[in-house]
Design a protein around this ligand. Sequence first.
Ligand code: URA
Ligand code: URA
Length: 242
Amino acid sequence: MTESAVDVWTSKAEAYLAQQRDLGGPELYGLALALPALGLRGPAPSPAGGRLEAFRIEIGDCRKCGLAASRTHLVFGAGNPDARLMIVGEAPGEEEDRRGEPFVGEAGRLLDRILNAVGFDREEVYIANVLKCRPPRNRDPLPEETALCLPYLEGQIDRIQPRLILALGRFAAQSLLSCADPLSRLRGAVQERNGVPVIATYHPAALLRNPEWKRPTWEDVQRLRKLYDERVGDKPAWNPSA
Ligand code: URA
Ligand code: URA
């Protein structure tokens, strides 16, 4: 095969394997990891990227709670596995469930604008939700769903090792900080989770309904940017040739 034929074949194989993963075939998806090792695809993921991929395979076609029955996709997370900044939302909405990616609907477009306003973009951060599957009609997560799903977010945090976390909305903030305080008490100051600073702000979906929360959100993300610039430079960027 010519090199480009190999490329076409591998991208078709990857698309097929991703589909198998989404349909619930973690074993087949595991084969996707072998492609770089076979020399068919490079470069290999960074160490954190590899750990995160392996974790995704471990989770497979999770059926621990009732949301598995109504979801289209399990929305694991997206972005840079070597991110210094991790962004945590509540749960996939309709468009996220359909596409299998976090924050790709209207709230996601607002999130992109908020991030861009302080000089971040989606590709450099990692975005995930507390719940990986969409609650029907976007109802609030149930305590048992949260208890079963939160270990997945914790596993992602362990593998990514972000230096800073932005929690979007009350539910994400309370879940990350293991508390029941209202968002009004959690935002405005830097919180901490196992030594990692956490900044809580309004959820972008809440901002769409309550534009008067845009100004305090702006103050929160400026605080985020300042903290990132002061404290986050110590995590080296992953260098594939090092
Ligand atoms: N709201 C969330 O909390 N997460 C998403 O991924 C989309 C909307
Ligand atoms: N309550 C929430 O749950 N989220 C917000 O962003 C604001 C209030």
